[in-house]
Design a protein around this ligand. Structure first.
Ligand SMILES: Nc1ncnc2c1ncn2[C@@H]1O[C@H](COP(=O)(O)OP(=O)(O)OP(=O)(O)O)[C@@H](O)[C@H]1O
Length: 233
């Protein structure tokens, strides 16, 4: 579903991402861990085709994102750390607006129901988003992914700054998307969330993916020790 083949990004003589090989299948939640500057956002930006690779390929459903930009964008939804919404519009109006931009034809009632299913409280659906917490804005992002029928979810530190309850609610939504066979790639600093929600974890350092593991095969304590060992090596 999502595949990086020897994916490399250089800025001049500096290598931000070095020959990344990675596969995220349907129903996988792959969490990328790593210190600041490890190359996590670079990886996500390459899949989004926001930046061009120096070499290698980023594929979505087998199609190269640089060669099939329009098609591959249709399959994915992206939720950054701070989802930008129009603050003068309500959550529902934002959802309608972004669906319209993406050519997604959904009626108002269906979109309202998606917002509610994504955990937004009924009282807030018709309120301007400048009154929303960060967690509520992230729920609008999930509702948009659902409205679009996204097969791939790219998340860049989506739970950073969320309180534990909001973070937990967000994880629940990811698990629902997983059950619908969505392939998720998430950059995060949250080891606990990665272990709790992810199916796979990759540890990155200085542009290199050092190790990948299945979360079911490692305890939280072992994950933490491994991570710290890599960071201090
Ligand atoms: N446009 C650019 N020009 C030069 N260097 C860049 C550019 N964009 C990113 N980098 C460098 O590439 C490296 C990887 O950055 P990246 O944003 O992918 O890290 P990250 O793992 O997402 O970090 P963080 O956890 O802080 O978000 C960093 O050293 C960064 O400074």
């Amino acid at each position: 579903m999502l595949e990086a083949i020897d994916l490399t990004k250089k800025y001049g003589g500096f290598t931000a991402l070095d020959s990344l090989n990675l596969t995220v299948d349907e129903g996988d939640i792959f969490c990328l861990l790593g210190a600041n500057g490890a190359g996590k956002s670079t990886t996500i930006n390459l899949f989004l085709n926001f930046i061009e690779p120096t070499s290698g390929r980023a594929l979505i459903n087998g199609l190269d994102v640089t060669e099939h930009a329009r098609k591959t964008k249709q399959w994915l939804s992206y939720i950054p750390e701070n989802l930008q919404l129009y603050k003068n519009l309500t959550g529902l109006e934002n959802l309608e607006f972004f669906c319209g931009l993406g050519g997604v034809g959904q009626d108002r009632d269906a979109l309202e129901s998606l917002l509610l299913k994504s955990g937004l409280q009924k009282d807030f659906v018709h309120q301007r988003v400048d009154r929303y917490s960060k967690g509520m804005r992230q729920k609008v992002g999930i509702a948009l992914a659902r409205a679009k029928g996204a097969k791939v979810l790219l998340l860049d530190e989506p739970t950073s700054g969320l309180d534990p309850k909001a973070s937990n609610e967000f994880s629940e939504l990811l698990l629902e998307m997983k059950d619908q066979k969505v392939a998720t790639l998430m950059a995060t600093h949250d080891l606990f969330r990665a272990k709790d929600t992810g199916t796979h974890i990759g540890i990155m350092k200085e542009g290199t993916l050092l190790e990948t593991m299945e979360t079911s095969e490692i305890s939280f304590n072992d994950l933490e020790s491994k991570y710290l060992r890599h960071m201090h090596a």
